[in-house]
Design a protein around this ligand. Structure first.
Ligand code: PLP
Length: 495
């Protein structure tokens, strides 16, 4: 399997090890497979007897053709082990008639990013020897919460990698801060920044563009890399769980092999929903993909009008992981629908003016597969409460946005096809807002919200979030943004 850049007319090709190591294409585009492998319904139906690890190995080996089946199996076995996912890697839970939650948050950080970040560092580590790279990778991450912790857990003690994470000192929740401050592992480093998320992000970008620093690192045996969601190694593991959910629904007798399902995904960077689209292109019988947004509804507008316009106000919501105005992975969809020339044009316009408009034929093609809905703050809280009161289903705020949009689509279209809703975080990860949505009261603090939610709903606190305040703090340094480079340097020199 060869990979090409979404913006490259000449279609220079790369191996999967190369694209996982590089992250971004040299022309600024994203890597996509040159052709999409197909999986037949017989193969899909046969996978219902396989473990999640084997399902992942079979699907990924269609893409990672320069990794052996045994290498992929070994990495998947370690990534999706019982130790990391004691309750199982991806669970399909029936909420009510033909409405299912695909729970992706039973991993070490209680958010769906674990599904990709438990595996991608292992693939990256292997890519170094495959590409003849003799230096090790230093991963830099700026985070507003979920990604940083998931990346730290994923890279923890992975061979030939080091990771340095920066977060805004007052820009993450108490739970998220404690998760990062107590991080274990011999190759990890965490710093708080006096500033906001943008300061942390600009600081990381500045380090990446500083050639002197890169050379200094190279001399010490390191090159810089990122764990960002635009990396193909983070995207491709996400196609697996849509196949897996389909197999589970066949096994439980909810559907027959060959039946069509719809999929609804709470969307930010367009990565998770693009993975579902990829599953459809590979042969999974998916009808509509419902793109669910919160009050930052730039994708809803795009799917309705064909105009992508980021010149609008940014809202902080109770589903912060979807508070995004540039959905990077949309570029991969544009490439598949219009080719590299137009994609490069649109991305140029986005960089210049913050806006682009696709032609009506392309919009029509996209609307064959995708519909967009959004859910405001008030409806998000109401949906958390309604699903708990009516069906006994406890959801986090991101999942609630998707549940709301799934019902909007169903009521508006009359399409009663079985619907799989991606459930992306544990309700305990956003315990404050979930507790308030259910009870109408405000919890005493971020940490006490965990216990208050547990008492109110008589459910256990998700395991990685238990006893957080009793673990010892390893990283409590707070630095100014100017000192980030120094911190990155000491991450490799002093460890
Ligand atoms: C990252 C995230 C999302 C958005 O996923 P994308 O792939 O960026 O669209 C949704 N929910 C949660 C809980 C997340 O952490």
């Amino acid at each position: 399997m060869e990979y090409i850049s979404t913006r490259d007319k000449s279609k220079q090709s790369y191996t999967s090890a190369q694209v996982i190591k590089m992250g971004l294409a040299p022309d600024g585009g994203l890597f996509v497979p040159a052709n999409i492998p197909h999986i037949s319904m017989d193969e899909i139906a046969a996978m219902r007897y396989d473990s999640y690890i084997m399902r992942a190995t079979k699907i990924l080996s269609k893409y990672l053709t320069d990794y052996t089946f045994d290498e992929i199996y070994e990495d998947c076995s370690n990534a999706y082990s019982e130790k990391s996912f004691p309750d199982g890697a991806a669970m399909t839970v029936r909420i009510t008639d033909s409405l299912y939650a695909l729970e992706l948050w039973h991993g070490p950080t209680a958010a769906f990013k674990d599904m990709a970040l438990q595996l991608m560092p292992r693939l990256l580590s292997r890519s170094l020897s495959k590409t003849g790279e003799d230096r090790d990778a230093l991963i830099l991450v700026a985070t507003s919460g979920d990604t940083g912790k998931a990346a730290l857990e994923g890279f923890k003690d992975v061979d030939r990698t080091r990771i340095s994470v920066f977060y805004p000192v007052d820009g993450v929740s108490r739970v998220q801060k404690l998760q990062m401050q107590t991080q274990e592992g011999g190759n990890v480093n965490v710093c708080a920044i006096n500033g906001n998320f943008d300061d942390a992000q600009s600081g990381v970008k500045k380090i990446f563009s500083d050639l002197d620093f890169s050379n200094e690192l190279l001399n010490h045996g390191y090159f810089l890399s990122s764990a960002n969601s635009i990396n193909w190694g983070r995207l491709v593991p996400q196609t697996v769980y849509y196949f897996s959910a389909y197999c589970d629904l066949i096994s439980s007798g909810e559907i027959n092999a060959g039946d069509t399902v719809n999929i609804c995904v709470p969307t930010g960077n367009f990565g998770n929903i693009f993975a579902a689209y990829l599953a459809k292109l590979m042969g999974l019988p998916v009808g509509k993909l419902i793109c669910a947004s919160n009050k930052n509804n730039i994708l809803t507008d795009f799917l309705n009008s064909g105009v992508y316009d980021r010149n609008r106000s940014f809202h902080c919501t109770m589903s912060p992981s979807m508070d995004i105005l540039i959905s990077s992975n949309l570029e991969r969809l544009l490439y598949l629908c219009t080719g590299s020339e137009k994609t490069a044009e649109y991305m140029n316009a986005l960089a210049q003016s913050g806006r682009y408009e696709i032609d009506p034929e392309t919009l029509e093609r996209i609307n064959n597969d995708f519909v967009g809905y959004f859910c405001d703050e008030c409806s998000t809280a109401d949906t958390v409460k309604k699903f708990y009161d009516t069906y006994g289903y406890l959801s986090d705020t991101h999942t609630a946005v998707a549940l709301n949009c799934a019902l909007q689509y169903r009521d508006g279209s009359g399409d009663s096809t079985p619907m799989i809703v991606a459930s992306t975080a544990s309700p305990y990860k956003f315990a404050n807002d979930v507790y308030t949505s259910l009870s109408g009261h405000i919890a005493g603090s971020d940490l006490s919200a965990l216990n208050e939610l547990s008492t109110l709903t008589n459910t256990p606190i998700t395991y990685p979030l238990r006893d957080l305040d009793k673990r010892s703090i390893r990283f409590d340094t707070v630095i100014d943004p100017e000192d980030m480079q120094k911190a990155a340097r000491s991450a490799v020199m002093d460890m």
